[in-house]
Ligand binder design. Structure first.
Ligand SMILES: [Zn+2]
Length: 103
């Protein structure tokens, strides 16, 4: 019982550390700097495979609130697409936003 407790706490520590190291400072699409005090410049979890059809399964990417809203508005909500097509929506969006940010 003691051993089990020890194992779990070590695992939790490692995970927490790794997660914080991976947290991006800028939006990967528009490049905006994340600001915890501004809701439009906060990190959001975007489910590449829409949750309506996949219920939280599949890859998750971090985007700012504005990009998240814009990307969601492009994806068909009623019709279920192939997972590859959702990935393409995401990749195209990132590419387009990166170009805009540089221009
Ligand atoms: Zn953004």
């Amino acid at each position: 019982m003691n051993l089990k407790h020890k194992k779990e706490s070590t695992k939790g520590y490692k995970y927490g550390r790794k997660k914080s190291l991976l947290l991006p400072k800028h939006c990967q699409a528009c490049g905006i700097k994340y600001d915890e005090d501004n809701p439009h410049e906060m990190r959001t979890n975007h489910h590449i495979w829409v949750q309506r059809h996949f219920h939280g399964e599949g890859p998750v990417e971090i985007l700012c609130q504005d990009c998240h809203t814009e990307l969601d508005s492009r994806i068909p909500q009623r019709h279920k697409l192939k997972t590859k097509e959702y990935q393409k929506y995401f990749d195209d969006f990132i590419e387009e936003k990166n170009k805009e940010a540089k221009a």
